[in-house]
Design a protein around this ligand. Structure first.
Ligand code: NAI
Length: 326
């Protein structure tokens, strides 16, 4: 049983995510950190009759919250409003993520860091660069949570073909986590033969599913409940693998490719990318293996070709935020 910290725990994602993680038997201590209202949320959750202890940590409490943590989950920062892209959030969220990564380096340098805050394509490089500067970077332990793209894919596919069970249909989503960088590999779903029109509809909906929510909430934020579900699924998978030693767990997630240099060498040489979302097998140390790219249809190859330039720019922006300012 281990200590898990949620940074931004009082927010739209943080609260339901904390609620879902309060149900984990692998967590002994759930530490909730937020610049507002963390003690209130913690007191509320602490009355739930599961094994974990819950503590709340306000503005000055980051170090205390992070001390000795096994896993740090980060949904801190501002969400999108209608008309904004995830990249528009960079100005505010980059600094927040940098400060939290500094906190990880100082208080729990060996922790698994699971990044939800957008733009994920850039915030994950920020975390990695900060940890590098402190000499505590382990690429097997830093993840961008792109699970919501996977969750949406399974659900949307089942809406087009009702014979597919949305729980059991696993879709690999590669690339990154924003707009055109999200590349769902629908051709690999066993038995599927989508028409070009269906592929266009599905792909667009998966790439821009977040916009659907932002628009429907009409200024009151972005996906929070479905994101909490996806975040809990991902966090639980990491805990199952690293704490309980469960093998065979695979999720598509955005990682630094040096976590598995051997299997990613050819891809890195060809694309020049250091970060990419792909199916990752988890082990005791985090990343056990980054799977090779699945076979892509011509349609998916074209999507990937369109994704790469934007991904490259997003990664460079996150990396430069730390390397140019130090
Ligand atoms: P929110 O505004 O409801 O909550 C964010 C929380 O972070 C607030 O409680 C705020 O007080 C807190 N916070 C701000 N600065 C902080 C700091 N320095 N330390 C600790 N806490 C801090 O936002 P919401 O809807 O929960 O979204 C959070 C982030 O998650 C956004 O960046 C959003 O774009 C992203 N997101 C990511 C998704 C993904 O698939 N990875 C999906 C949906 C949202």
């Amino acid at each position: 049983m281990v200590k898990v910290v949620i940074c931004g725990a009082a927010g739209g994602i943080g609260q339901p995510l904390s609620l879902l993680l309060k149900q984990s038997d692998l967590i002994s201590h759930l530490a909730l950190f937020d610049v507002v209202n963390a003690p209130g949320v913690a007191t509320d959750l602490s009355h739930i009759n599961t094994g974990s202890r819950v503590t709340g940590h306000g503005k000055e409490g980051m170090n205390e919250a992070m001390k000795g943590a096994h896993t740090v989950v980060i949904p801190a920062g501002v969400p999108r409003k209608p008309g904004m892209t995830r990249d528009d959030l960079f100005k505010i969220n980059a600094g927040i993520i940098r400060d939290l990564a500094e906190g990880v380096a100082k208080n729990c340098p060996g922790a698994f860091v699971l990044v939800i805050s957008n733009p994920v394509n850039s915030t994950v490089p920020i975390v990695c660069e900060v940890l590098k500067q402190h000499g505590v970077f382990n690429p097997k332990k830093v993840f961008g949570i792109s699970t919501l793209d996977v969750v949406r894919s399974s659900r949307f596919v089942s809406e087009i073909d009702s014979s597919m069970d949305p729980r059991a249909t696993r879709v690999t989503v590669i690339g990154g986590h924003s707009g055109v960088t999200i590349v769902p590999v629908l051709s690999q779903i066993p038995g599927q033969k989508f028409t070009k029109e269906q592929l266009d509809t599905l792909t667009h909906r998966i790439q821009y599913g977040g916009d659907e929510v932002v628009k429907a909430k009409d200024g009151a934020g972005s996906a929070t409940l479905s994101m909490a579900f996806a975040g809990a699924r991902f966090t639980n998978a990491i805990l199952e693998a690293t704490v309980a030693g469960k093998t065979g767990l695979v999720e598509s997630t955005y990682v630094n490719l040096s976590a598995d240099p051997e299997s990613t060498a050819a891809f890195r040489a060809k694309t020049g990318l250091d970060y990419f979302a792909q199916d990752v097998e988890f082990g005791r140390e985090g990343v056990a293996h980054i799977r090779p790219l699945p076979h892509l249809s011509d349609y998916e190859q074209a999507l990937l070709d369109a994704a790469l330039p934007e991904l490259k720019v997003n990664i460079a922006k996150g990396t430069a935020f730390i390397t140019d300012n130090s």
